[in-house]
Design a protein around this ligand. Sequence first.
Ligand code: IMP
Ligand code: MG
Length: 335
Amino acid sequence: MTCTVVVGGFFGDEGKGKIIAYIAKKDNVTIAARGGVGPNAGHTFAFEDKTYKVRMLPSAILNPNTQLMVGAGVLINSQVLKNEIESFNTRGRTFVDYNCAIITQEHIDKDLSNDHLKSKVGTTGTGTGPANADRVMRIASLARDTKELSPYVVDVSEKLNDAIDKNKNVLLEGTQGTYLSLYHGGYPYVTSKDVTASAICSDVGIGPKKVDEVLVVFKSYVTRVGGGPLDGELDKEEAKKRGWLEFGSVTGRERRSAPFNFELARKSIRLNSGTQLAITKLDVLFPDCSGKNNFNSLSREAKEFIGNIESQTNLPVVYIGTGRDLNSIIDRRSN
Ligand code: IMP
Ligand code: MG
């Protein structure tokens, strides 16, 4: 029974949502708790021809036995949260910490109209930066003061620590990616908080000794939305040709792309103290891997790509994404 933190190793959009949705469904996960900034992150996954996108709930919604929690460090957009609880029918198993701070329309307007945030940093415009600023000024309102959230409010830290003490499986879901961290990313082209594994633990109220595994998720290539440097960036035509041109799930903006970056990967593993890796979208680099579930059936080139990541990082690649659907995954715990 394990407590696993899942974090993005690059600039977000590594495919954490799919990996978390898979683990939650496959393992008997008692609680999945979301850390990170808030509704600026959209986690997407597909199962049986249906696409799911969550901006507030953890990506573990497909296991009806998993309790879904939002940690104290996370900002809540009440409307987005309520819509997700409704559309995914998760009432009764969704809880938010009483200390979560609330995003208001004013925060959103500020995020969208502030030239520095909008044009230079290129934020998602979801109000998270201004809301965290108010939180630091200690003038934000919290979930405990918000009447419409009262059915969901609990002490998330207490629930998680209880579950861990009872030897249950617990998943802590990070959002964004290591290089969007306010402290460890390329300031000012970063988000409004630290988002490394330690921060995710702090967000949900788990101390460092309670964590068994830190799963760092990398995509087979690097993408980034918004401003800031991206080493080895491809021009749009080349990105399109390689099938790497993606669009942001919250903002619809074009993602910039570059080849897998080992230097960034190693540093990110250090910042997060990673113990295992997931590599997503291998099928985009190697189309013949599409939908495969068994490592042995991969092409030689694809195996070499994974082997090279393992030898350069000294960590095992435990999950490999081979397509959009949850079932398009190689789970190396089982094969
Ligand atoms: P903010 O988090 O909306 O303030 O945006 C700050 C920077 O982080 C911008 O470059 C955003 O594009 C980026 N960002 C924030 N959240 C995500 C995410 O979940 N995925 C990818 N980029 C993100
Ligand atoms: Mg995303």
